[in-house]
Design a protein around this ligand. Structure first.
Ligand SMILES: CC(C)(COP(=O)(O)OP(=O)(O)OC[C@H]1O[C@@H](n2cnc3c(N)ncnc32)[C@H](O)[C@@H]1OP(=O)(O)O)[C@@H](O)C(=O)NCCC(=O)NCCS
Length: 260
């Protein structure tokens, strides 16, 4: 397998349209690229080199195992033990809690020097650079992906979305469209996570919009017939870059037209 080095990643990122000073959310499959010399570290260094000190990089660092067993996230556990999990799952700690299926790059990024992680116990993001504080502060328990959430703030910054070897099913920005769109089945649900409150671990209930991304691939396919999405190949992976505002605005219309 051909080895991919940092200078190649830097060139590819520039050619796909990432520029100095950009704010960007990045979703990565490291394995899809092939063999990266230096792995996750090299990918992060390349991203930082391209956006520079005036740029901002955000990645999802979700820890969705910290949700109620009833949602299906603890499939290894016997149902008889669900209460035990509720009583014992460790409280979210942004410095410690690992990411769940966010990938090796996001897992390393969350503790990269200068990176700040948001406080959401199950749906956090981490950000580095100029707007890292702005993007990560006040991540409300209930307003996970809405207008004042990290995803909504990236929209205000006119951010970009970079998919490295992954599809639209991993394109978290579409959740902002979920929040904005009106559709018949739109509903909230009560989620639960372990959090620290006044020095004590509590199993916290909070109401939020039901998180559902099962039509995101269809949305992405439709989006690409209307909007230009920059594409390039890095190793064995396809990289796609799009403007987050275009994606969100298109997705709102698509959801209102198609979602039951
Ligand atoms: C789930 C997901 C992370 C799986 O991708 P993946 O490539 O299999 O996993 P990672 O990105 O963690 O990369 C690790 C894999 O890269 C490979 N790898 C290891 N070293 C490597 C290197 N130096 N260079 C390239 N690949 C390497 C290995 O196969 C490794 O898998 P292993 O740990 O099981 O051995 C990916 O598909 C994804 O969805 N990423 C985006 C997540 C996201 O942003 N979600 C948004 C919220 S829904």
């Amino acid at each position: 397998m051909k080895t991919v080095i940092k200078s190649e990643i830097v060139d590819v990122l520039k050619n796909v349209g990432l520029s100095s000073g950009d704010s960007v959310i990045v979703h990565t499959s490291l394995g899809k690229i092939g063999y990266v010399c230096g792995g996750a570290q090299t990918v992060i260094e390349a991203l930082i080199e391209v956006v520079g000190q005036n740029g901002t990089i955000m990645m999802p660092t979700q820890s969705w195992k910290n949700l109620d067993p009833e949602t299906g996230v603890h499939w290894d556990a016997d149902e008889a033990d669900w209460d035990t999990i509720r009583k014992n799952w460790p409280a979210y700690d942004k410095a410690i809690t690992p990411t769940n299926t966010m990938g090796a790059v996001a897992e390393m990024f969350r503790s990269w020097p200068g990176t700040i992680r948001s406080a959401h116990p199950a749906r956090s993001v981490a950000a580095w650079g100029k707007y890292a504080s702005y993007l990560t502060e006040n991540h409300d328990l209930s307003n996970i992906f809405g207008d004042d959430s990290p995803i909504g703030k990236l929209y205000k910054l006119n951010g970009k979305v970079l998919l490295i070897g992954v599809g639209y099913d991993k394109n978290t920005s579409i959740h902002l469209a979920d929040v904005r769109a009106d559709y018949p089945g739109k509903h909230t649900c009560i989620e639960h996570s372990a959090v620290m409150e006044r020095g004590e671990r509590v199993w916290k209930a909070y109401e939020t919009l039901f998180v559902d991304g099962k039509d995101f691939i269809d949305i992405g396919t439709a989006f690409e017939t209307v909007h230009s999405v920059n594409r390039i190949v890095l190793g064995n992976a396809e990289i796609k870059m799009m403007m987050q505002r275009e994606l969100v605005e298109f997705s709102v219309e698509w959801i209102e037209k198609n979602r039951k």
